[in-house]
Design a protein around this ligand. Structure first.
Ligand SMILES: CC(=O)[C@@H](O)[C@H](O)COP(=O)(O)O
Ligand SMILES: NCC(=O)COP(=O)(O)O
Length: 249
């Protein structure tokens, strides 16, 4: 396996900030988590600067930009404020995600097809600034075609429907969702898009997704931060890495 074939693990540190923000102080520090994740072998760090700043803050993003030795995948909504922040920091990757104030977490993928024109104009300066532009979407051919047309280099398939179905014991539905992601990974790859997958992945759900040959990166956060309470962050990440490597072998 060449280095370019390696399945990368992006560790999302948002929920270290959620715990910090519960008390409004300085700890636990998401930057310290990012450092440990790097040391544990993370290939990248993902952080979502929500418009309501419910977890990651502007200062966290600045700190990550200064400190990281691995690429930052900066998740953000397609708003002018976020575009300005991304253009100031020029992260390795910008992943455009949908956001709703009332949601607990990112509920679905971005509606690219309905907003093609606006999104094409929105991502052009980000690409020109040197960031790789990724679009967080459902495993839906219409959305993939639209992401391709607007000039995104990467798509990230939302694995939440698969993971939720699995967690709730709806295994037939989980298989259907998995099959959709498998087919759409191959389809997106055939168009020349780089394929990532993320949201809600756990030790129980990661292996079949890691086995898709077209997938280049998994972004995983909430489960790892939870598991770190019991195992420690580095062992939790290393176990995820082991499962990914085993599935890919
Ligand atoms: C877009 C995405 O899937 C991640 O950002 C993840 O959801 C963590 O952030 P939230 O839990 O706030 O959605
Ligand atoms: N884009 C998905 C991500 O970064 C991680 O999502 P989760 O594992 O925190 O649900």
């Amino acid at each position: 396996m060449s280095a370019s074939d390696k399945l990368r693990l992006g560790v999302n540190i948002d929920h270290v900030a959620t715990v910090r923000n519960a008390r409004g102080g300085d700890y636990p520090d998401p930057l310290r988590a990012a450092k440990l994740a790097e040391e544990a072998g993370a290939d990248g760090i993902t952080a979502h600067l929500r418009e309501d700043r419910r977890h990651i803050s502007d200062a966290d993003i600045e700190g990550l930009i200064d400190m990281l030795t691995v690429p930052l995948n900066f998740e953000m909504a397609a708003t002018e404020e976020m575009q300005q922040i991304a253009l100031r920091h020029k992260p390795h990757a910008v992943c455009i995600v949908p956001e709703k104030r009332e949601e607990k977490t990112t509920e679905g993928g971005l509606e690219v097809a309905r907003e093609e024109n606006r999104l094409a104009h929105f991502i052009a300066p980000l690409r020109e600034a040197g960031s790789r532009v990724s679009i967080f979407i459902a495993a839906d051919q219409r959305q993939i075609d639209a992401a391709h047309r607007i000039g995104a280099q990467v798509i990230e398939l939302h694995s939440g429907a698969y993971c939720d179905a699995y967690a709730e014991g709806r295994f037939n539905e989980a298989d259907i969702e998995l099959e959709k992601m498998r087919e759409m990974s191959a389809y997106a790859h055939s168009l020349g898009l780089e394929v990532h997958v993320g949201h809600g992945l756990t030790y129980d759900t990661v292996s079949p997704v890691a086995a898709f040959p077209e997938v280049r990166e998994l972004n995983i956060g909430h489960f790892l931060i939870g598991e770190a309470i019991f195992l420690g962050l580095k062992p939790a990440i290393r176990e995820m890495r082991r499962l990914m490597d085993e599935a890919r072998a």
